[in-house]
Design a protein around this ligand. Structure first.
Ligand SMILES: [Zn+2]
Length: 212
């Protein structure tokens, strides 16, 4: 029997197509304590952070007297751990969406549907921005474990639930790992958790208040 060896530059005749590179996309809050955040990214082997917020500022819990602004501290902490930090505004909502959501939650008539409308607007925005196509290249070049971060504590209450699901559904080899802080502390009737209908494009199911 003859066994052929193919070097990296050679291609075997009738070779199978290259398998997709697997990526883990960690959905993580940066609104938790710095200690917990750093421990989590270390435990999960996160190599790159995608900050998907509109305004990447940091909560006071990150602040220490011997550091500068919260943002500097956050970036320094990432660098010290050899984790690359990137602000990725293509996945961020617009200021108008945030204002509309806040206005809607103040009114008892629109409060229930506020998060649904927000996600609907985000869906349109992602399509307008061609977010899947444009992020494919970024993901191809990304390391194996990337964390999508926003300040919201819980995945379901955050636009990262939509963004990570979108990348998982449309880009081969992308898996989601959700990190939620202490679930017992979740407010049961938080308006950011109520989805009044399914979002089939990303596989998010309706989530009525009574199910929260
Ligand atoms: Zn968020």
């Amino acid at each position: 029997m003859q066994i052929s060896c193919f070097g990296s530059s050679e291609k075997a005749p009738n070779a199978l197509p290259a398998p997709p590179r697997l990526r883990t996309l960690v959905s993580l809050s940066c609104g938790i304590s710095s200690q917990e955040f750093l421990q989590t990214i270390q435990n999960l082997g996160v190599q790159q952070i995608w900050d998907i917020r509109l305004t990447p500022t940091y909560v006071s819990r990150f602040k220490r007297p011997d550091y500068g602004s919260d943002q500097q501290l956050f970036r320094e902490m990432c660098t010290q751990m050899s984790v690359e930090y990137r602000h990725v505004p293509i996945f961020a909502p617009t200021q108008e969406m945030r204002h509309a959501f806040n206005r809607a939650t103040e009114n008892s008539d629109t409060r229930l549907g506020a998060w649904t409308s927000y996600l609907e607007d985000l869906e349109v925005l992602m399509q307008e921005r061609r977010a899947i196509t444009l992020s494919q290249e970024g993901l191809n070049q990304a390391p194996e474990v990337v964390a999508a971060v926003c300040s919201c504590h819980y995945h379901d209450d955050c636009h990262r639930s939509y963004v990570t699901a979108m990348l998982h559904h449309y880009i081969q080899g992308v898996y989601i790992h959700v990190v939620d802080p202490n679930k017992e502390k979740r407010r049961p009737k938080y308006p950011r958790r109520w989805r009044q209908h399914d979002f089939p494009m990303v596989g998010l199911l309706a989530n009525a208040p009574q199910k929260s």
